[in-house]
Design a protein around this ligand. Structure first.
Ligand code: ADP
Ligand code: MG
Length: 327
């Protein structure tokens, strides 16, 4: 089984940032509203993520790191109505199979916490009581120590840490009600407070996307009974030479989608001269049965049921936002 887990790891755990992504999603799914992230050596040395979510029952700790253990899908219709981020039940098992893995957790109604340590050779867990606040800490050390080919593939620490920052950024952009800290080599790189109103949301946008975008961005807000689009887009004058500030979330998940980027470009039409890219942070909320998010394990793709209609909705609402700013 450890080998099966390592193979599965190959599919989703490409680099330290993939581990961070899976762990952060679990924390959010557990209802955490504060998450601390500690990184060493670009994530290869250490990834430690502590959340204040609901925690895991002592009796379920071992199950959590076994393959296809997920508490998130019970029936097929659950799959369609899926709101939680994780649903394959193999992330922890995969991560544990390619690292030195430990997890400490206290279930919200428990008196104290428990820790799970996995023996690196046998993968046999030991579970014992430890003091821990309500919530979960996952520690991943020496990532890919036993898969040298993959480890060799990793880039410089700084580059890997950059990928981690990007993962944190995406999540922070989609969960304004969660506060975060991010440390690299015990130095705090990012502190994000919870945001409650438009002003504090904009502050977070500034911290994550730069004050220039924050100051120039136009607010997007459209909704009808079917669909809701909100967020911020840059006026054509602020378009940039790189497509590096483009974030589109569908029901809380970041998405890279041709239809979406085409529709957004179409909204800018003639006002966007060639070689320039608009910047945007946009949120689309739509009935779950109108969109298939289960196209790819890393879940950056979506398939809309009514493609033409979505395209038209995006292009025309954004065009209106942009139009409002023209003299
Ligand atoms: P999935 O997220 O697809 O269910 P994972 O392997 O990522 O699968 O996690 C397995 C299970 O472990 C989860 O379904 C959840 O029950 C539990 N779990 C993992 N991380 C946490 C966490 N931070 N807080 C609470 N429960 C967690
Ligand atoms: Mg998960």
């Amino acid at each position: 089984l450890p080998v099966a887990n390592q193979i599965a790891a190959g599919e989703v755990i490409e680099r330290p940032a993939s581990v961070v992504k899976e762990l952060l999603e679990n924390s959010v799914d557990a209802g955490a509203d504060h998450i601390d992230i500690e990184i060493e050596k670009g994530g290869v040395g250490l990834i430690r993520i502590r959340d204040n979510g609901c925690g895991i029952r002592a009796t379920e700790l071992e199950l959590a790191v076994s393959r296809h253990a997920t508490n998130k899908i019970r029936t097929l219709t659950d799959l369609e109505q899926l709101h939680s981020l994780g649903f394959r039940g193999e992330a922890l098992a995969s991560i544990a199979s390619v690292s030195q893995f430990a997890m400490h957790s206290r279930f919200y109604s428990a008196e104290h916490g428990y820790s799970l340590l996995l023996n690196t050779f046998s993968q046999i867990p030991t579970i014992e009581p430890v003091p821990h606040p309500v919530g979960t800490t996952v520690e991943v050390r020496e990532l890919f120590y036993n898969t040298p080919a993959r480890r060799k593939f990793l880039r410089a620490e700084k580059t890997e840490f950059g990928h981690i920052q990007e993962v944190v950024k995406r999540l922070a952009l989609s969960r304004f009600n969660v506060s975060f800290t991010l440390q690299h080599h015990a130095k705090t790189v990012l502190t994000l407070k919870k945001t409650t109103d438009e002003a504090s949301r904009l502050l977070r946008i500034g911290q994550l996307c730069g004050t220039e975008f924050m100051q120039n961005a136009l607010t997007v807000q459209y909704e009808n009974q079917m669909i809701r689009l909100s967020g911020w887009i840059s006026p054509p004058s602020y378009a940039r030479g790189q497509a590096d500030q483009q974030y589109f979330f569908v029901n809380g998940r970041v998405v890279r989608d041709k239809l979406v980027s085409h529709a957004i470009r179409a909204a800018y039409q003639d006002v966007l001269y060639s070689g320039r890219h608009p910047c945007y942070v946009l949120y689309l909320e739509i009935a779950p049965h109108e969109v298939d998010v289960n196209v790819h394990p890393t879940k950056h793709e979506v398939r809309f049921v009514q493609q033409g209609w979505i395209h038209h909705f995006l292009a025309s609402s954004l065009q209106q936002t942009l139009g409002q700013t023209r003299p």
